[in-house]
Design a protein around this ligand. Structure first.
Ligand SMILES: *Cc1c(COP(=O)(O)O)cnc(C)c1O
Length: 382
């Protein structure tokens, strides 16, 4: 779907992030259609995937709320015009100033991850004469079958309150007068391409709701987190993730109570496919066993391959020579500064433009200045 305007790109100083706004808009449209199809479904965009203000503007116009995992993300949401009533705040280690800031901003809900955190939010809310709405982040002990660095819903992970302690946590709530329990929150992992783990999550939630109803606990919201995956292999074949299957799974398997809202926190699936990292080939180096295409973007611009051995499709945008195999590497002084090994690219020479596809999520936002490299700029299609 993405058509790169080559002549325009050639005039821009590399490396840079390129965002195809049509892909973003098509993605948001699909999300909105699903939100409208099912009553009570609401999507909060997980801003940690990308906080680029141009993208945030589109996301806000599409009516999404924001899921934050730091005080600065809450600030970012508010400063970019999102209604604080559509902002939720998760994270295992919220600092006091972050809790204070979020309370003052009037966010809709704290997703709390531990008993000590509940006590601190209660104290801070009391000191301000406010009531904090909270959802308990429950660790449902579900294996999302994803990379072990991005699975979050297993008991061995640091996230959330264990199911075994849920009853006692709820029993302690009456003593925390400045908290109001409004929901349960879950997030089982990321880049999940199969609906089975979500079906399992629905079953787990149904069981928990039955258990809580016996204690007369009624919840306004169920929040199932994010984690829906995208097609890194074929970004042009599947520019918009299969949201229909994703939302239909919850509609089919989750028993919402009358009037209950279902919240989603999608990050990657909203922004990944609209972004590419564009870089120029500096040198083609012939090794004894392979060829290296040395490009001017590094792991500091897109860290996912180095961090999780993540796959990004790599394309030569300016060559139509017969394909050859290359290791595509950056200039940073780390062996892990490699974007892909043995990749088939059109015959590559110095000066060619290369696109690392599906870089809209966890790309620009994770940029860093290692080796004192500059932070790459962003450019946009119309
Ligand atoms: C990271 C995160 C998300 C978004 O995950 P994606 O895989 O990008 O959809 C949602 N909720 C919470 C609590 C998160 O930490």
């Amino acid at each position: 779907m993405t058509k790169f305007p080559i002549e325009k790109l050639k005039a821009i100083q590399t490396p840079f992030y390129w965002y195809d706004m049509d892909v973003l808009r098509a993605t948001l449209l699909k999300i909105s259609e699903n939100e409208q199809k099912y009553s009570g479904y609401k999507v909060h965009y997980a801003v940690k995937a990308n906080a680029n203000t141009v993208l945030l503007e589109e996301i806000r116009k599409a009516g999404l709320g924001v899921d934050c995992v730091s005080g600065n993300e809450v600030r970012c949401a508010v400063e970019n015009g999102f209604d604080p009533a559509k902002v939720v705040f998760a994270g295992v280690g919220k600092s006091d100033w972050e809790i204070e800031y979020a309370l003052e901003a009037g966010i809709s809900c704290f997703n709390v991850e531990s008993v000590p955190e509940m006590q601190v939010i209660n104290e801070i809310a009391a000191s301000k004469g406010k009531k904090a709405c909270i959802a308990l982040r429950v660790n449902p002990n579900i294996d999302a079958h994803t990379h072990h660095y991005i699975t979050t819903g297993l008991e061995e992970n640091k996230f959330g309150i264990g199911m075994w302690e849920l009853d006692s946590v709820i029993d302690s709530l009456p003593s925390l007068a400045n908290l109001e329990l409004i929901g349960l929150h879950f997030h089982i992992g990321s880049q999940i391409l199969d609906t089975d783990p979500f079906q399992e999550l629905c079953n787990r939630i149904n069981g928990l709701q039955d258990q809580l109803e016996k204690k007369n606990v009624q919840l306004k919201t169920i929040n199932v987190g994010g984690g829906w995956g995208i097609d890194y292999e074929d970004p042009d074949g599947n520019p918009v993730p299969d949201f229909d299957s994703y939302f239909a799974t919850f509609n089919k398997y989750l028993s919402l109570r009358p009037g209950q809202e279902l919240h989603f926190e999608l990050g990657r699936s909203v922004v990944a496919q609209c972004g590419s990292l564009i870089t120029k080939v500096l040198y083609v180096k012939e090794g004894q066993k392979k060829k290296f295409a040395i490009v001017d973007a590094g792991m500091n611009d897109l860290i996912r391959p180095a961090l999780y051995e993540a796959y990004h499709k790599i394309e030569n945008l300016t060559s139509d020579k017969p394909a050859e195999k290359y290791d595509v590497v950056g200039p940073v002084c780390e062996s892990s500064d490699c974007f892909g090994k043995d990749r088939e690219l059109a015959g590559t020479s110095r000066g060619d433009l290369i696109a690392m596809r599906s870089a809209g999520a966890y790309g620009e936002i994770m940029a860093m200045r290692y080796n004192l490299r500059d932070i790459a700029k962003s450019y946009y299609s119309e």
